[in-house]
Design a protein around this ligand. Structure first.
Ligand code: DOR
Ligand code: ZN
Length: 335
């Protein structure tokens, strides 16, 4: 049977939530990943040092049997220098959401006024704290990411030493930005390496494939595949696994988010093997991230095997992507 081993897989964009949801989903990521960057869009958001420390403790309590490093983030506000210095050792990055653009982002940035943001962003740059960005405007849904490119350019040129991560990119426009500015990087999800808008709404509407940013056009998918499969050094895997209770997805107002945490490594093996690029998966799923963030992940060795894996219908009260369907690769062992 064909196998493939990955060392220290990292998920550089993960939603773990809190409470019962945290207890349900955190062990699934901790099983196969060495660590993950944990998003701060709780209600209320993670925005103080006490919030960071307490949330990290709740995450560690939810994964008692596995080694798993939750790399913590703060929800972007115009924080002052003294605060940023006090919190720098406890976070890996700060996550910026435009106000109201997605789940629990109401307290995000309402306008990109560089003057008002300067103290925060310059201090982040000086302290080496990367800025992770949900890059969408409030324009027409298919254009939101492309429209945001001018804001990425403004940020990248105003703070040339600030590491800026374009999160969960979905467009050719974002891929093209990577080589334009030295300080721009990107995460890509597994589902955005598979889906186009057609898969979401082209036939029967698929609530479990609905997320923000929404999957785009075939040429966008091709551009994402090109940089992911070659493991472009400025690109890394971030699942954006975003669990919502089943009733919030299968509803007349479907919450945005695709839950992939327990199937993402299997999906990545399937995609990379399909294009004969399995040899580049290690860089995409771990090495690039360690280089970009300057981290050294704890040892974990995950072996996957090429055999049919039937995706469970639910994990607790959450429905995963491809529930009940078959993926070509399965987790064989974790050491
Ligand atoms: O689809 C999404 N779900 N996109 C986001 O940006 C947020 C996430 C969530 O928190 O549910
Ligand atoms: Zn996210």
């Amino acid at each position: 049977m064909k196998t493939h081993t990955l060392l220290m897989p990292l998920d550089m964009h993960l939603h773990l939530r809190d409470g019962l949801m945290l207890d349900t989903v955190a062990p699934l990521s901790a099983y196969t990943y060495s660590g993950a960057i944990v998003m701060p869009n709780l209600v209320p958001p993670v925005e103080t040092l006490e919030d960071v420390k307490a949330y990290k403790q709740r995450i560690m309590a939810a994964v008692p049997n596995d080694f798993f490093e939750p790399y913590m983030t703060l929800f972007y506000k115009n924080y002052d220098k003294a605060f940023l210095k006090s919190v720098a050792d406890h976070i890996i990055a700060i996550k910026l959401y435009p106000a109201g653009i997605t789940t629990n982002s109401e307290g995000g940035v309402a306008s990109f006024n560089i003057g008002e943001m300067r103290e925060t962003l310059q201090t982040m740059s000086d302290l080496g704290i990367p800025l992770c960005v949900h890059g969408e405007t409030d324009g027409f849904v298919m254009d939101r990411e492309a429209e945001f490119m001018s804001i990425y350019e403004l940020l990248a040129t105003s703070f040339p030493k600030l590491k800026i991560i374009m999160e969960h990119i979905t467009t050719k426009a974002a891929v093209e930005m990577l080589d334009k500015h030295e300080n721009l990087y990107a995460t890509i999800t597994a589902h955005h390496l598979i889906l186009t808008l057609d898969d979401v709404v082209g036939g029967m509407m698929k609530p479990h494939l609905f997320c923000k940013p929404i999957a785009k056009r075939p040429e966008d998918l091709d551009a994402l595949l090109t940089v992911a499969l070659e493991a472009h050094p400025k690109v890394m895997f971030g699942s954006d696994s975003a669990p919502h209770p089943k009733e919030k997805k299968e509803s007349c107002g479907c919450a945005a988010g695709v839950f992939t945490a327990p199937i993402s490594l299997q999906l990545l093996c399937e995609i990379f093997e399909q294009y004969d690029k399995l040899h580049n998966l290690q860089a995409f799923v771990s090495d690039n991230a360690q280089n970009i963030y300057g981290i050294c992940a704890e040892f974990k060795e995950v072996t996957l095997e090429k055999r049919p894996f039937v995706v469970p219908e639910t994990y607790g009260f959450v429905v995963p992507m491809y529930a009940g369907e078959i993926i070509a690769w399965a987790i064989e062992s974790v050491d």
